[in-house]
Write a protein that binds this ligand. Structure first.
Ligand code: DAH
Length: 338
């Protein structure tokens, strides 16, 4: 029986050594150590042995089982190592990693920051107001009477409460003067809403930047100087700027500002970039009524105001042909502004 056990061990080690994969190794384990395996079968012969032989053969059986189990384990590890090595074959660990794109600011954010930066140099401070507004702040206080077309249901988003989504950032002029005494010099960038059909140049939500300067002796020349400075800083020192007479309810006189710019693939042309003017005395009168004092009495203060579309400015600056690109968040578009 001892020879038989020795034979089983050597056969087992040979089979394990020859196994070329996980499955063959498992087959060897079953063939020798399994319930019907050779070593298990051999151990059933124990019962026919003499009392003296039993412990000796028993020990031998145990030692053999241990040796085979160990050989199986060692072979399993070796196979695993080999598989790992094969998987890493051709992998060059010295190659640099793939760079991750860290993201970048949205072009509108970049443009807004730039505009704010330029106007800060002129002494403007940031101001803000709510996007859900009262008719008073959006229209009445800005000398825009109830029959004005901008107030039409077809043009403005109204809530049942009578409030509305502000159609321009000029609302912040009113809110600033209501809460701060003159002089004030503020800019207010922010979202505005109008019932516009979506196309290449219109979205129902867009962004404006409003400016307001009120003091005891503000004149049209101050307005011109400030805005010329702004557009030259934004589009280049050589940029020409012109003021065309226009009408806005809340300014008198009013102007539209054109800048002479060269769009990609075009000859230089005059492009409308903002509305502006001297704050209408009627606006100051509304502010006095609302405040309940005379600090903004039109005999005491004058001021200028301006409003520009930031989306439009971004489109001009970078030659963006479709405003919808600014809200679609397509990474192929956005990464161009990294
Ligand atoms: N609020 C005007 C608009 O939405 C823009 C504007 C024009 C703002 C003239 C002003 C201004 O402050 O003085 O089109």
């Amino acid at each position: 029986m001892k020879e038989e056990i020795a034979k089983i061990q050597s056969d087992a080690l040979t089979a394990i050594g020859a196994a070329s994969g996980e499955q063959e190794l498992d087959e060897a384990r079953i063939a020798f150590l399994g319930k019907k395996g050779r070593l298990t079968a051999a151990s059933t012969g124990m019962k026919d042995l003499s009392k003296e032989e039993k412990p000796v053969v028993g020990q031998l059986l145990n030692a053999t089982r241990g040796a085979i189990t160990e050989a199986l384990e060692a072979k399993r590890n070796a196979l695993q190592d080999e598989a790992d090595r094969a998987a890493l074959e051709g992998l060059d660990l010295t190659l640099p990693g793939r760079p991750l794109h860290p993201g970048n600011l949205h072009p509108l954010t970049q443009l807004g920051d730039r505009a704010i930066g330029i106007l800060r140099r002129l002494g403007f401070a940031l101001a803000e107001g709510p996007e859900i507004e009262t008719e008073f702040h959006c229209f009445d206080a800005l000398n825009t009477p109830p029959e004005h077309p901008a107030r039409n249901e077809k043009d403005t988003f109204y809530f049942d409460s009578g409030k509305l989504l502000r159609t321009h950032t000029s609302t912040v002029q009113v809110r600033t003067m209501e809460t701060q005494p003159p002089p004030v010099r503020v800019i207010a960038p922010g979202s505005c809403y109008r019932r516009d059909e979506v196309d290449k140049t219109h979205l129902p939500v867009f962004n404006q930047l409003e400016g307001l300067y009120v003091d005891t002796d503000v004149q049209v020349g101050d307005l011109k100087g400030a805005l010329e400075f702004f557009y030259r800083a934004m589009f280049g020192e050589e940029t020409e700027v012109r003021f065309r007479p226009h009408f806005f309810p809340f300014t008198e006189p009013s102007f539209e500002i054109d800048a002479r710019l060269q769009l990609e693939g075009h000859d230089p042309e005059w492009i409308e970039v903002a509305g502006c003017g001297m704050v209408d005395p009627a606006v100051f009168e509304e502010i006095c009524k609302s405040r309940g004092d005379e600090l903004y009495h039109p005999d005491k203060v004058t001021g200028y105001a301006f409003g520009m579309g930031l989306d439009r400015l971004a489109m001009i600056k970078w030659g963006i042909k479709d405003i919808r690109l600014l809200i679609e968040n397509d990474a192929r578009f956005l990464t161009q502004f990294a």
